[in-house]
Design a binder for this molecule. Sequence first.
Ligand code: TRP
Length: 370
Amino acid sequence: MTDQPLDAGEQLAASTSEASLRRTEARSAEIEAQIAKDPSGFRVMTGDRPTGNLHLGHYFGSLANRVRIQDAGVETFILIADYQVITDRDGTGPIKERVLGMLADYLAIGLDPARTVIYAHSAVPSLNQLMLPFLSLVTDAELRRNPTVKAELEATGDRPMSGLLLTYPVHQAADILFCKANLVPVGKDQLPHLEQTRVVARRFDERYGRVDPARPVFPQAEALLSKASTVLGLDGTKMSKTKGNVIEIGMDADTTARLIKKAVTDSDRHITYDPENRPEVSNLLMLASLCTHREPAEIAAEIGDGGGGGLKRLVTEAVNEFFAPIRARRVELAADPGYLWDVLRRGNAVANEVGDATLAEVRAAMNMDY
Ligand code: TRP
């Protein structure tokens, strides 16, 4: 039994095991070292669902890391995953405003359209067309066992599973493979998608073959787990729009101050950094730490007996100071929607060129190049 090779479903589940996580972390450190030496061997692809404005959890959890990777010279593709919005929702919502807001957030934090391709799902037909051959390479059993699909289904309550929710890991494989990305910066929750993507790439090679005998059509994409810290919401639980505990990147200084004033702390006036026993206080200290590049314990010592009030004053100042230039840029960008749409149109054009080339190769590998 034990030396039976894992089937793909088991492999997906295994991708979230502790041992596998340690391996992925170790590999991520190696990749970081390689990037520092020579960024040219990598193509990074990642993205977000346009379901609302980006917040500080996004910023410190992943966005800052993308800017760092871009600035290190890695070619970067950033997807505004508009089709993925409808995997677990009944409608598209105010999608245009949200896409525009996301573009403003991206550019304000320092993603540079001259170096980074920013584009939307719905604007790249070749990406979506890859879904069809890819669907032939997976089984429904394997999709049903995908931990990310299961988690999202549970999160939607009693909503029946749509065909798109069931197959969205395959769509995400198309996101990654349409541009032949070999590196995907993700959080732990997305690791099953990466495993699914590798499975799809491998099976495509086995079943449909190659155009260039020396290399498969699709690379084996690897995860880049960021060392980034998790910033929780103002109530000490996961920062999430639906919980009303977020600070958005684009909020103004007064709104930020008002929200931090309402943040949950505890009754001990002596401020200490103790994530285990004082999660809310420690989260606020972490936020201040990330904004000031100082150690949280050092900040705590400085506040001393200043209590929740002192802590909140310091955090407010740190956040507002750190985000002031980003917010000023965002205000300017938001005032010029014509420019933002133009950035997206240019990104879409590049993505289409890249995707068309990949699709041509796929057709050739499948002998469907008439
Ligand atoms: N699933 C990701 C999320 O919910 C967004 C996403 C879509 C993505 N396609 C991707 C991330 C491809 C990485 C690679 O946030």
